[in-house]
Ligand binder design. Sequence first.
Ligand code: AMP
Length: 189
Amino acid sequence: MKALNIPQISTGDILRGAIGEGSELGRAAKAYMDKGHLVPDEVVLGLVEDRLARDDTQGGYILDGFPRNGEQAKALDDRGIVVERVISLVVPHDVLVDRLCGRRVCRSCGRSYHTEFSPTQQEGICDDCGGQVYQRKDDVEEVIESRLQVYTDQTAPLITHYKAAGLLRTIEGNRAPQDVGAAILEALK
Ligand code: AMP
C-alpha cells in the first residue's frame, strides 16, 4: 500500500501470477478460480507463508483477500501471526455485480478501470503504463454470483470472529474511490 509504504499482499494476484507463469500450481488453481470457488487452503497457505518470509514484510503488510474462511484465519493464529486490524468493505450486491462486470485490469501494472465509470483513454490500453487492459475470466456475471455466494457462506462468518476480537472496522464502500481510500487509511491508524 503506497500511502503506508508497506506491501499489499493479494492472494488473488499471487495466484494469477502463478497462472501467468504456467506453473503446475497455477494450472491447479485456475480450475477453482474460473468457477469462482476457493482454491484449497493448503495451496493458499503455502503461498502466503512464502510471501510473508520475504524481507519487505518486516515493517508490516496488508493481507488482501486473505483469510477467506475459518481455516485460513485459524492458520494465522496457529502460526502466531498477529492480526492488528480487519477492514470489512460493505457494498450492496447489485453494485458489486455492476462494478465487477465492467472491471478491466492492466496486465502490467495492475491498475483497475471500469468500462463505464472509469474507462481507459484508448480502448484496451493502460493510461499509466501502456500495458494491455483485460477482463478477468472470473469477472463475468455467472462466476461473480458464485464468488459472492462463497463470500456469504465462507468468508462473512469471519466478521463475527474479528468483531468479537475488537479488530473489525466496517467501511461503507459504495462511494467515490478516494473517499473509500481515505476511510481505510483512517481505520488503519
Ligand atoms: P480475488 O483476486 O481476491 O478476487 O480472488 C480471485 C480468486 O482467487 C478467488 O475467487 C479464489 O478462487 C482465489 N483466491 C484468492 N484468495 C484466496 C484465498 N485466500 N483462499 C482461496 N482462494 C483464493
